[in-house]
Design a protein around this ligand. Structure first.
Ligand code: URA
Length: 447
């Protein structure tokens, strides 16, 4: 029985649960155009405001996953394990982790997204590399996974096309912060790409979509439950996102930082999260039984240069210019930058860096989208010269703005100054990775 888009929107607006017919009509309509953008956006907002129960979330995930082809990769003998983050500022972990995990013996078929809200996206970062293609044919995807054990692609007209459209609309309509929408978006991609197991980085804090630990935990549990019930052993780490991860925010800048990490020169917070997630992947993939053994193999892959070599292979294989690894000045860059200080007339400590504000300022400079048709500028962004807990000497710079449009500089400067708090007392340090959430079913399949 057909239902009109406005009927489905009204049901959710009025707080009723959608059934499988509603959800199917919605997702089919998104893909075939029967749901136009304003109707889709209205329903997305109704879902954000009214929520969805676990049955609806499962229906939505399933319908989105089935909106395109589902890939199976029986020809690949290595364990196929991927990771996905719920989104953060300066989160370039995937760029480091995929080659690192491949260098350690896993196969990593990774389907990612673009920037979403105030957070950056892996596809936009990769596309900062001249020539890098995030849309490749299924044949090339399979060949690449056989040959170099990793591929990083985007949703397409063939694979999870529903997420491609919904993602673009959620990015610019303030409809990201919703557990069911995040679950369905992430899991539809991950369940369609041919993996054996999944590791999730569920972030909470002012730079994440879940502002507090409690909602982060709820999101992690929902993701693990749905993914496990759909047959994928899944494990989630709950990680803090209360300041940008690493020191760079912005597409080219983040590629540069990822290369530094693969050379063994990465900032400690970024490496801590990368190692924790990658360790989990190696354990879930059955390559190691103990975390300490897994960590040793990751460190060895960085120290030997194997992980950096794997990144070179990835870039090369997807059409990118891999000489950027040896000469980062070949990446798009702007020669205009300005260092910001807070005018302190005595030494102080950084006690807060509002991660969401940093993400929004990066978007404002052009690193993210203002509307669905915006073109991202890979060269602009922010460089953190100080992080929480660092001492700031008199008038010392805290952040460097890399900008193109001088008209935006004043706005960026004003907003960043409000986003930084200095004080006399050195703040306490909190752990970055605070919990590990998994289901018994997943651990049962671990070894
Ligand atoms: N990453 C995704 O792919 N989707 C979301 O909704 C959030 C993060």
């Amino acid at each position: 029985m057909r239902r009109l888009p406005q009927e489905i929107i009204a049901r959710k607006r009025d707080g009723y649960a959608l059934d499988h017919v509603d959800v199917k009509e919605f997702i089919d309509g998104v893909v075939n155009g029967d749901f136009c953008d304003y109707q889709t956006s209205a329903l997305l907002m109704a879902i954000v405001l009214q929520g969805m129960d676990s049955k609806e979330t499962g229906l939505l995930t399933n319908a989105m996953m089935r909106s395109g082809r589902i890939i199976e990769l029986p020809e690949i003998s290595r364990p196929k394990v991927d990771k996905h983050s719920t989104g953060g500022v300066g989160d370039k972990v995937s760029l480091i982790l995929a080659p690192l995990a491949a260098a350690c013996g896993l196969c990593v078929p990774m389907m990612s997204g673009r920037g979403l809200g105030h957070t950056g996206g892996t596809l936009d970062k990769l596309e900062a590399i001249p020539g890098f293609r995030t849309q490749i044919s299924e044949e090339s995807y399979r060949r690449q996974l056989q040959e170099i054990h990793q591929a990083m692609i985007g949703q397409s007209n063939d694979i999870v096309p529903a997420d491609r459209r919904l993602y673009a609309l959620r990015d610019v309509t303030a409809t990201v912060e919703s557990i069911p929408l995040i679950c369905a978006s992430i899991l539809s991609k991950k369940l369609a790409e041919g993996i054996d197991a999944l590791v999730l980085d569920v972030k909470f804090g002012n730079g994440a979509f879940m502002a507090d630990e409690d909602s982060g935990r709820k999101l992690a549990e929902a993701l693990v439950d749905i993914s496990t019930s759909m047959g994928k052993p899944t494990s989630a780490l709950l990680t803090r996102m209360d300041q940008p991860l690493g020191r760079m925010v912005g597409n080219s800048l983040e590629v540069i930082e990822a290369i530094d990490c693969l050379r063994g020169n990465g900032p400690s917070d970024l490496m801590e999260v990368t190692y924790a997630l990658c360790t989990e992947m190696l354990i879930l993939g059955g390559l190691h039984k103990s975390r300490s053994e897994a960590k040793k193999s990751l460190e060895a892959a960085i120290n030997s240069g194997a992980a950096l070599h794997a990144f070179r292979e990835l870039i090369n294989s997807q059409g990118g210019d891999c000489t950027v690894i040896d000469d980062v000045s070949r990446l798009p860059h702007t020669n205009q930058n300005k260092e910001i200080n807070l005018g302190n007339d005595k030494p102080l400590y950084v006690t807060s860096l509002d991660a969401k504000e940093f993400g929004l300022v990066a978007c404002l400079l052009g690193a993210g989208r203002v509307n669905a048709d915006s073109i991202v500028d890979p060269s602009v962004g922010l460089e953190l010269l100080k992080k929480i807990g660092d001492r700031v000497d008199t008038h010392e710079g805290i952040v460097r703005i890399h900008y193109k449009d001088a008209k935006l500089l004043g706005h960026a400067e004003e907003r960043l100054k409000r986003a930084i708090i200095l004080s006399e007392k050195k703040p306490e340090r909190y752990p970055l990775v605070i919990d590990h959430i998994f289901s018994e079913e997943s651990t049962g399949k671990r070894t």
